[in-house]
Ligand binder design. Sequence first.
Ligand code: PLP
Length: 341
Amino acid sequence: MAQPTHERVDSPDASTVFEYHDLTPPTTADIYRARQTLHDHLPRTPLVRSEWLSAEYHADIYLKREDTLPTGSFKIRGVTTLLANLDEEFRDRGVVTASTGNYGRALAQAARWFDTEAIVAVPEGTGQNRIDGIERLGGRVKVVGDDYDDSADWAAKIAAEEGYRYVHPGNERLVIAGTGTAGLEIAESLPEVDAVLGPVGAGSIGAGYSLSVGAVTDAKVIGAQAASVDTAYRAWQTGDLVPQEEADTFADGIAARVPYALPVQVMREELDGMYTVSEEAIVETVAAMFREEHILMEGACAPPFAVLDDFREDITGKTVAIPVTGRNLPTAKVERVMASR
Ligand SMILES: *Cc1c(COP(=O)(O)O)cnc(C)c1O
């Protein structure tokens, strides 16, 4: 049977979008619906008080342990929500994305649950253990291109030609909705929460948490990026979706070279603040979290923790929640963290 093909359409940002990418922001109701969807697939993640950070900042600081989810990051929430709602046409065919990390792994897992095929394009030079991690879950890895952009071009091309559903790195309303379900869990466990801080790469946490815990509690929702890859931060400030040339940071999970229209729009409307942190602060924060809490987290988790230092006065006596978003720290980076302890 010939597969229907799909056309790329004009993109509001420097990425490829197809006509099935609905750029309407999700609503808080969509996040409640996502939560019903995820109920059968994912456990509620622990929300654990950090005695170390609480004492350090004279505040009540809680860690939302998203790193305990299947595949080791929060990405499984969004991708599972997307696949649960996928059109039959695409479920028969399969899904494709480009990712060297958590998105690809999560997509492979969710595709297995929903009995469809996942193809994950990764650039040459991607670590074998990352490839193994995706293949072990039944994902098909295609090693193609010199960098992420090349892999993404390939993924969009086979999506167009062969009828796979291109899973966009940022402009997916159901991924934002699924990601936001963690915010609902925080709101229920900690209704008195004053602030929730999260890392921002593409912006699904920044957008999803604003529309969930930011909407149903009085909490301020604050985003944090790496200063060396701060495109979403700049787009959030100015409204201009300007990519940067390179995306090089220790925090590879938030190395988003391109700011994406949908999450940036939601963050501009809903997010209460955004800040950036240095590379040194990112590595030091990962090391400190290991030293004090014995949690080995990814560099991508670090920015919101690093931001706390600039807001000591503001958070004194306050209740704060911060997600630990992923635990898939590559071995070479583990060594760098240990060396900086
Ligand atoms: C993807 C990712 C982020 C950032 O999420 P975005 O939706 O890209 O903003 C943060 N931490 C980890 C571990 C990630 O994998």
